[in-house]
Design a protein around this ligand. Structure first.
Ligand SMILES: Cc1cc2nc3c(=O)[nH]c(=O)nc-3n(C[C@H](O)[C@H](O)[C@H](O)COP(=O)(O)O)c2cc1C
Length: 215
């Protein structure tokens, strides 16, 4: 098992270096670390404290491969062409955006090879913004917990483009839906600073458009 030199207990360091880690080693991840990540997810807020979530830990190669087939299909049909015709986002540039695209392509091809997936599911038939707001706090907690433990992951939702097929392949019963898949493994690369635009472009004080005066 690879030695973990990348963990951190500093929450701000974790948040500011919690990159989408798309290149993962196939080495196994101990269940005790996965349990820590799951407990971090379960610690999150949910509307009315309803906790209507289930976290499916998937290691089964056949189930992961079945979902990867749809994940790749959606890359070929939608995501790849969109990347090819999009401008770099704030805090990025053409070279960085090209590297992001190639990492997205890599994860697409190797999605099922991540040793562990956590599939975040929620009870209810109607995935919408209100429902999502009761599962994505848990998802973010789990991403940060993985980062703290030196494990790489990425929030992925692309499979929802074929949600019925993918949920059936993963054995998710009627009455529940998957909202995110977190492929988890030891990262091949390093954690590091994120590319984001200036805070003044997105944080306002009192009047829309008046930048919050952050140092
Ligand atoms: C709602 C949502 C869905 C996402 N789905 C995918 C996905 O299916 N595949 C993927 O590779 N990344 C996915 N991402 C990751 C984003 O592409 C990533 O957060 C963004 O590129 C910023 O990366 P960075 O934090 O490394 O700068 C998703 C992120 C969010 C918030």
């Amino acid at each position: 098992m690879p030695e973990n030199k990348a963990g951190t207990n500093d929450i701000f360091e974790a948040m500011h270096t919690c990159r989408a880690m798309r290149r993962l080693k196939p080495d196994p991840v101990p269940d005790e670390l996965i349990a820590k990540i799951l407990k971090a997810g379960q610690a999150a807020a949910s509307g009315g404290n309803t906790q209507r979530w289930k976290f499916l830990v998937l290691k089964d190669p056949a189930k992961k491969k079945a979902v990867q087939t749809y994940y790749k299909k959606l890359f070929d049909e939608v995501v790849g062409p969109r990347y090819a015709s999009s401008a770099p986002p704030p805090g990025s540039d053409p070279a960085k955006f090209k590297r992001q695209h190639s990492a997205v392509q890599y994860l697409t091809d190797h999605y099922h090879e991540a040793p562990v997936w956590i599939v975040a599911c929620l009870e209810g038939e109607n995935p919408n913004r209100t429902a999502g707001s009761s599962i994505y706090p848990a998802v973010q907690n789990m991403l940060l917990a993985a980062r703290a433990l030196g494990l790489g992951s990425t929030l992925t939702t692309r499979h929802t483009g074929y949600d019925k097929e993918c949920d059936a392949a993963m054995g998710i019963p009627a009455g529940y839906k998957s909202y995110a898949i977190l492929p988890i493994g030891y990262p091949m690369g390093n954690f590091g600073p994120l590319g984001r635009g200036p805070l003044s472009d997105v944080a306002y004080l009192d009047n829309w458009g008046t930048p919050f005066p952050a140092a």
